[in-house]
Design a protein around this ligand. Structure first.
Ligand SMILES: [Fe+2]
Length: 271
C-alpha cells in the first residue's frame, strides 16, 4: 500500500464519474506541507523509538509534526496499529476538514453533520479499525453533496458520491451514494441509472450510517425515527418528492436502525 492511500489523490478525477467536471481543489491535509527539518525528523524518530508513550505523543502532535514533512512516521505508526497488511483506507482529519470547508458555511446543515459524526464515533466502537474509520469519515461526508460548489445534479447523495469518487475514496462514495436508501428518491428524480454506478453496500457499516443520520435532526437534535419522519414531512410537505421517496425508504431505514441497535446491544453498548 502506498502512502498516498491515506491522502486524497489530488487531480485524480475519475472518468467513471457520471458527471465529470472540474471540482475545486480538495482541502489540503494539514500534514501535507513543508519539507521538514533535521530537528523535526530527529524529534519524530526519538518519539517513534519509545513506544508506547512516545508514539502516542507523536500521534497527538501530528498536526505540528506532520506539517514539517514527517508524514511517513505517522503512517508507520498507523500501520503498526492496524497490523501489517491491513488497509487503512481514509484519514479522519481530512474527512472532518473537508466537511468543515464545504459545510460549515451552510449553518444548520453543519450542525446536523457534526452531530451525525459524533454519533458515529460512539457507534463505531463496535467495528474493527477500518470499518470504524470509514463509518466516521462517511458520517462527516454524507451530506457533502449539499455544498453548492459540488452540486452537479441537485441530488446530494449522488453529488457527494461523485466528488468522493473523483478523490479516489470508492467505499466512502458508495456509502454516501446510498444513504438514506437513496435509490427511491433517485428513481423519482430520474437519476436511478446514475446511482447504479455506485454499488450498494449491504453491511453493518451502511446500516450504522443510516442509523446515525436518521436519529439526528436537521439542527443536530437527537431524534427518534418517528420524529425524523415527522420533521421531513413538515419541512417538505406531503406532495414533495423528498417525502414521497422517504415514505418508501422508511421501512428499510427502520430495519437498518433496528439491526444497528441489536448489534450495539450485543457489543454491550447502550444508546
Ligand atoms: Fe444527513
Amino acid at each position: 500500500m502506498s502512502l498516498h492511500t491515506l491522502r486524497p489523490p489530488a487531480g485524480s478525477e475519475s472518468d467513471d464519474s457520471p458527471f465529470p467536471s472540474a471540482y475545486p481543489p480538495a482541502p489540503p491535509l494539514d500534514n501535507d506541507r513543508g519539507e521538514g527539518s533535521l530537528a523535526t525528523w530527529t524529534y519524530c524518530a526519538v518519539l517513534w523509538l519509545v513506544p508506547p508513550l512516545g508514539r502516542h505523543l507523536l500521534y497527538a502532535q501530528k498536526r505540528y509534526v506532520c506539517r514539517d514533512g514527517c508524514y511517513w512516521l505517522l503512517y508507520l505508526w498507523r500501520e503498526g496499529e492496524a497490523g501489517m497488511g491491513s488497509a487503512v483506507v481514509c484519514d479522519l482529519d481530512w474527512a472532518s476538514e473537508c466537511a468543515t470547508a464545504y459545510l460549515a458555511p451552510l449553518g444548520l446543515r453543519w450542525l446536523h453533520v457534526q452531530s451525525v459524526a459524533a454519533k458515529a464515533r460512539q457507534v463505531a466502537r463496535m467495528f474493527d479499525r477500518n470499518d470504524c474509520c470509514d463509518l466516521i469519515a462517511a458520517a462527516y461526508l454524507h451530506d457533502i453533496g449539499y455544498a453548492p460548489v459540488l452540486a452537479r445534479t441537485g441530488f446530494h447523495p449522488l453529488d457527494g458520491a461523485c466528488y468522493l469518487r473523483s478523490l479516489g475514496y470508492e467505499r466512502l462514495a458508495c456509502l454516501v451514494a446510498h444513504h438514506p436508501e437513496a435509490r427511491f428518491e433517485a428513481e423519482l428524480r430520474g437519476l436511478g441509472a446514475a446511482l447504479v454506478a455506485f454499488p450498494r453496500e449491504r453491511s453493518a457499516v451502511a446500516d450504522a450510517l443510516n442509523y446515525c443520520d436518521q436519529l439526528v435532526g436537521p439542527a443536530g437534535e437527537s431524534f427518534s425515527l418517528k420524529e425524523r419522519a415527522s420533521d421531513i414531512r413538515a419541512r417538505y410537505g406531503q406532495g414533495h418528492v423528498v417525502w414521497q421517496a422517504y415514505v418508501r425508504a422508511l421501512p428499510y431505514l427502520s430495519l437498518a436502525v433496528g439491526r444497528t441497535r441489536q448489534r450495539l446491544r450485543r457489543c454491550g453498548n447502550s444508546e
